[in-house]
Ligand binder design. Structure first.
Ligand SMILES: [Zn+2]
Length: 302
């Protein structure tokens, strides 16, 4: 095997990362740690001895324990032992440090922001955003499969998932992304936290509005409007008097309530969600769809 090939990137392939996550039960395997913010440590042989991405000589660790492993706090034999330890999701819990006040939340072309904003369908909260007395955000949501089993939940920024139901859980070391896939593809989630400028927000709004307009046109060939209505179902054909200036109101809200000192907005972006409410499918991609009810482009502020 070629030693230290210059072309090999330090970051392993997605399939190697997935195997390493699964091996440790999706949490750092150092006893009593179990954080899901994982990085990839090369130890047998170490990266500086030979560049490789062989899963047998690598282990998933949180960054704190990765730094210790780099300083040889753990022996090779110990690390091999941690790889073999019987760990599963039941011990993985993660408090997400989303301490920014005034997040803007986007899911499926719907924007929300405020002090206590539940987004409910059929009397079930699907997402709830709260703020504590010092202005820090608490995010809560739960994801269920078609049989009603709880797959994963976030309760006030504390994330936990149900063992044996997930095929993959990936949380990045910066705690800015959560991605999980359920076995059999039933429920799934891609959630990211990032900062955007007003211009980037405008681009997103243009995209979301165009998607909504295209959906209206498909349902209602002769209907044209400059601004999409906030909400409609297949049974309720939008009336012009219900016109709602979604993009303008989102930008106004973002400008007045969400901008930080660097002129950026902290955005929590739910993309690619599948969950079930009483066995009925809820899907969020570019729009939110539940039981034929399609919520296209709207803003919920409080
Ligand atoms: Zn750790």
């Amino acid at each position: 095997m070629e030693n230290n090939p210059a072309s090999l990137r330090r970051d392993p392939s997605e399939s190697v990362k997935r195997a390493l996550r699964q091996e440790v039960g999706f949490g750092c395997p150092i006893p009593h740690c179990r954080k899901p913010f994982l990085s990839w440590h090369h130890f047998d042989p170490p990266w500086h001895e030979r560049h490789h991405h062989e899963p047998n000589g690598m282990i998933a660790l949180c960054i704190e324990h990765h730094a210790m492993a780099d300083r040889k706090v753990f022996t090779k034999a110990q690390l091999h032992g941690f790889k073999k330890a019987d760990n599963d999701l039941s011990t993985v819990r993660a408090k997400f440090p989303w301490a920014q006040p005034n997040h803007l939340v986007r899911f499926g072309g719907i924007y929300t922001q405020g002090h206590d904003v539940p987004v409910s369908i059929a009397d079930n909260d699907i997402i709830r955003v709260t703020q504590d007395p010092i202005g820090c955000m608490g995010l809560s949501f739960s994801m269920r499969d078609q049989r009603g089993r709880l797959v994963a939940a976030m309760e006030n920024n504390m994330f936990q998932a149900t063992p044996n139901l997930l095929s993959d859980l990936h949380v990045d070391t910066g705690a800015t992304k959560i991605r999980f896939r359920m076995k059999g593809g039933d429920a799934k989630l891609d959630l990211s936290f990032r900062f955007v400028t007003i211009d980037e927000l405008k681009e997103m709004l243009v995209h979301d509005e165009a998607r909504a307009q295209a959906a209206y046109k498909k349902l209602l060939p002769n209907f044209t409007c400059s601004t999409a209505n906030p909400l409609f179902s297949r049974e309720e054909i939008p009336q012009p008097e219900f016109k709602f200036k979604v993009a303008e109101s989102v930008i106004e809200r973002a400008r007045t309530r969400c901008l930080n000192e660097e002129g950026r907005i902290s955005l929590l972006d739910f993309r690619n969600v599948v969950s079930y409410i009483d066995g009925r499918k809820l899907e969020i991609r570019d729009r939110l769809v539940y039981e034929g009810l399609s919520v296209q482009f709207s803003a919920i502020f409080r």
